[in-house]
Design a protein around this ligand. Structure first.
Ligand SMILES: CC(C)(COP(=O)(O)OP(=O)(O)OC[C@H]1O[C@@H](n2cnc3c(N)ncnc32)[C@H](O)[C@@H]1OP(=O)(O)O)[C@@H](O)C(=O)NCCC(=O)NCCSC(=O)CC(=O)O
Length: 159
């Protein structure tokens, strides 16, 4: 599997995955186009796998630089998703760790180092396990009745 920077041509495939996995959210393509235009405040990377001889986008991740371009950058893992047909194969885990190293390299080129990573998710989402395992993130606050349910804010400090 290859993890690489998201290109404009990847947006329809990414939107399809987003539509399948975030069923309460609308207008996936438009949402992703907005993020793509916001580079490098928003940094998107895709996981690509060879399927029937064709390189196929099977998941993606969006990282946001929070509160300006800082010498010590605070990132938010804003969105992570893997196509349902490919979940449970370690792709989410690889996407987080591999993309973060690419983002760290990019930040270094911009003269920045990485300070903290934050991520929020529904309090009942098992993705918390993934964030704890891959980033060392811990829950620091819970927001009641936020998007569609309670939402936890997790922070990985000094990653
Ligand atoms: C969360 C995912 C990206 C995980 O991707 P993968 O299936 O490829 O994960 P993976 O195979 O790498 O799994 C690695 C580890 O994560 C944990 N893990 C992942 N999903 C789990 C689940 N449903 N139940 C229990 N454990 C789970 C396990 O510890 C597993 O380790 P082991 O294999 O050792 O047991 C995917 O399930 C997905 O796209 N879900 C729908 C979208 C979503 O909920 N995204 C994240 C939450 S929203 C969010 O974070 C913020 C946002 O996006 O806005």
């Amino acid at each position: 599997m290859n993890v690489r920077w998201m290109q404009e041509a990847d947006l329809p495939a990414a939107a399809e995955i987003h539509h399948e996995t975030f069923v309460r959210q609308q207008r996936s393509l438009e949402w992703l186009q907005c993020h793509h235009k916001a580079f490098p405040q928003c940094m998107g990377l895709v996981a690509e796998k060879e399927v029937d001889g064709e390189p196929t986008v099977v998941g993606f991740i969006l990282w946001l630089q929070k509160s300006g371009f800082r010498a010590e950058a605070v990132l938010e893992l804003s969105l992570l998703t893997v196509s349902p047909a490919y979940q449970g194969q370690g792709i989410g885990q690889t996407l987080i760790t591999t993309s973060l190293e690419q983002v760290r390299g990019f930040l270094a080129e911009q003269g920045s180092t990485l300070k903290h990573v934050m991520v929020t998710t529904r309090a009942d989402n098992a993705a918390q396990i993934l964030y704890r395992k891959t980033l060392g993130a811990e829950i620091e606050a819970t927001l009641s009745d936020f998007y569609s349910a309670d939402e936890v804010i997790m922070i990985a400090r000094h990653v």
